[in-house]
Design a protein around this ligand. Sequence first.
Ligand code: SF4
Length: 456
Amino acid sequence: MTKELKEECGVFGIYAPEGSDVAGDIYYGLVALQHRGQESAGIAVSDIRGEKGNVSIKKGMGLVNEVFSEEDIRLLKGNIGVGHVRYSTTGGSVPENAQPISMNYIKGSLSLVHNGNLVNADELKNKQMYRGQAHYTSSDSEVLAYEIISERLNTGSIEEAVKGASKKIKGGYAVIVMSPRKLVAFRDPLGIKPLVLGRRDGTYIVASESAAIKSVGGTLIRDIEPGEILTITEKGVENDRSGCGGKEAHCVFEYIYFARPDSVIDGIPVREARFHAGKALAMADEVKADVVCGVPDSGLIAAEGYANASGLPLSFVFHKNSYVGRSFIKPTDKERQTAVHMKLNVNSSAVYGKKVVLIDDSIVRGTTMRQIITMLREAGAAEVHVRISSPPFLYPCYYGTDVASSGQLIAAEHSNDEVRKEIGADSLAYLRIEDFRMMTGELPLCTACFSNDYPL
Ligand code: SF4
């Protein structure tokens, strides 16, 4: 449910062989990916217009527009670059864990941005500590960087080093590595994390989502394939597909919640997937209601799909105040309740005396949903029927989503009727796992947080 479940990270990379500075594009690309991580942001650029490939980097805690001033962007000189927005899934929310990670080694330097979690990070870290590389606080991204560097010492190029490292790492990941003169982008063989390639004239762009490519005036070329290693140099794009063709398991939560609705991931428009989830909910529903509405912003498109299939009128019941600062989102239940009231108001005339179908994308702890239902009842709603455009969230994610234990998940600890009572709804129903097919067709999915069927 909205901000109870934290996004992962967003990555962005750009190569402009014609020589213009790219920091401004990275800034806007990161702003377009801000929904994927709000704790820290960073940019590294390399200037290969001279002989050397000078790398400049700036990163810090906060939103993209809090970390970078206009002057910062002007001073980041370079025509290749990578950027990152972060929500900490591992390693803690501290400045040292902000990305890009930049490391020097005997053959050169690399800067790396990474979205995801490695499930074998501890095992790799122990080996690296034995070699004198990693230290006990190393994040997954540092572990990955050390692995690539260690391979690079015995190989002829950064892309070969990435290939060697990718055979050792396991997990969900989308990574962009900038060696001073190249960009190398790669994605986990299951395709858990999204990564796309785009172009603007002669400039190549790699990003977590196609919306970020569009935001800098580019066009989506294609998804980077699961297991593919893509290298961008002054000669253009080369790829190694030797890691492709195995089992795939794309994160279904990208379609339900994480990704922007104007993004297209693995060939499927996210908006369409959400719309069809709403339709599937309506087709399985027998409730008699007067009006359907969605919780902003996460439930709006599914509500549209529900209205389309049910024939009920879609009403914009909530007014959202977008100007509430992040500082109001506090961790205790009481403070969280206040925050919901600050962010959302109900238009009473839209619900007074009516039986309302209320759509949202998920329920994690249930706290926010309880508040929203109370607000609807205070505004005069006669009945509130909650429909969730995902199945009950029951199991943790090990690939980069911040729900660490089943103890945090209300549906894992309580029956459907107990959850209904807890949130104060007249009825509660979820999308069924088999309905994912209506959202994403034949695309092979990771559904582990709903089904306990982990692909790794
Ligand atoms: S467990 Fe859930 S959130 Fe994690 S990758 Fe799979 S579908 Fe996505």
